[in-house]
Write a protein that binds this ligand. Structure first.
Ligand SMILES: Cc1cc2nc3c(=O)[nH]c(=O)nc-3n(C[C@H](O)[C@H](O)[C@H](O)COP(=O)(O)OP(=O)(O)OC[C@H]3O[C@@H](n4cnc5c(N)ncnc54)[C@H](O)[C@@H]3O)c2cc1C
Length: 324
């Protein structure tokens, strides 16, 4: 029997949506390991999210320290590893985002444990399903160490629902904080403005190479603002320098599964689909009716973006105004 420790990312007094997916994974793992789910919050000001976290697990461990203002894997990993030992965890998990993918392999090294990265499911106590070949096949991996570190793909685990009764929280010391020579320099956020983070957004508007240049993305940004959506892009668009690299959706970019994904002037290469095909509703606008994106789109518009996107934005704005 062992517990499952889930490292949760927070935003102010809330858990980030990827934390809710990590909790869903953690609950499934805890059933197989016969233990309980324990949530771990680390950072400066993170205790603001304690009450919210207590809605999702019977126990929440909070490590609050001014020296942990910026998430550095070098400083966070030893805290996670210590909490894993203190809490009797046999699984240590986090969402497979930039933070989890950075920290968890270091935790695995510190614990001398096996690492299952970017997994799509847990099938047995130590057996995991992992998508390979741009989502066209699954591999099954088995880890034999006593403790297993896991990053769980957000798009494969629905956000957890709160439990009926709130759990309890406890604080833990950060211990000596040593960045091992690493230093936080600056965070260059994507999205920009008030837009939601690409990983958390319930609506994503993405543009591809067919947008022609970076300036033309302003049309998509207007649509995104009207829908309170995050901006995404294909790799062709980010490689061409049209938009920042951290907008990239796909196999080698971000994996998203929003309620609504609007793909504009994106052909639908398998590497792009690997990052968005689990979106609940997919809308595609493309001038080529043979574009592969239409094979997975719920709604498709064969048209040039120049002739359609502004009109679409205006209609949505009108509809919203009439509902206000
Ligand atoms: C190992 C590897 C990893 C990769 N990882 C990723 C990844 O993570 N994400 C990713 O996106 N790609 C990735 N790629 C690249 C991928 O294979 C494609 O090259 C890329 O997705 C194509 O981007 P695109 O659809 O924007 O461009 P294109 O394939 O060039 O498509 C542009 C589309 O725009 C349409 N269009 C043109 N003009 C207009 C217009 N005026 N109005 C409407 N439609 C128009 C065209 O009909 C066309 O369908 C990867 C490739 C490899 C080999």
């Amino acid at each position: 029997m062992g517990n499952v420790l889930a490292l949760c990312e927070t935003s102010g007094a809330s858990l980030r949506s990827n934390a809710l997916s990590a909790i869903t994974f953690a609950r499934k793992a805890a059933e197989l390991h016969g233990g309980e789910v324990i949530l771990l919050l680390i950072g400066k000001g993170v205790s603001a999210a304690t009450d919210e976290a207590c809605k999702y697990a019977s126990k929440v461990v909070v490590v609050e320290n001014d020296g942990l203002e910026h998430c550095l894997a070098e400083t966070y990993a030893p805290i996670v590893a210590k909490a894993a030992k203190d809490e009797g965890a046999t699984i240590v998990c986090a969402a497979a985002g930039a933070v989890g993918k950075d920290i968890l392999p270091r935790v695995a090294a510190l614990l001398d444990s096996g690492m299952a990265s970017d997994i799509a499911d847990i099938e047995g106590k130590n057996t995991f399903k992992r998508s390979i070949l741009a989502g066209n096949a699954f591999s099954r991996i088995e880890i034999s160490s006593d403790i297993i570190c896991v990053t769980a793909r957000q798009s494969e685990f629905a956000p957890a629902e709160p439990l009926g009764a709130a759990g309890s929280s406890t604080t833990a010391e950060a211990g000596e904080i040593n960045a091992l020579g690493a230093e936080f320099v600056k965070l260059e956020g994507g999205g920009g403005g008030d837009r939601p983070d690409l990983n958390d957004a319930s609506v994503v508007v993405s543009g591809g190479r067919g947008m022609g240049n970076g300036d033309n993305f302003a049309v998509l940004e207007k649509l995104a603002s009207t829908l309170n959506a995050a901006m995404g892009a294909s790799r062709a668009a980010t490689d061409a320098g049209y938009v920042p690299a951290d907008w990239q959706v796909g196999q080698t970019g971000k994996i998203v599964a929003p309620d609504l994904y609007i793909a504009v002037a994106i052909s639908g290469a398998i590497q792009h689909l690997a990052g968005m095909k689990n979106s609940k509703t997919i809308v595609a606008i493309n001038k080529d009716e043979e574009a592969p994106i239409f094979q997975i789109a719920d709604y498709g518009l064969v048209a040039k973006w120049e002739d359609t996107v502004e009109a679409l934005t205006a209609e949505i704005a009108k509809l919203k105004a009439s509902q206000a």
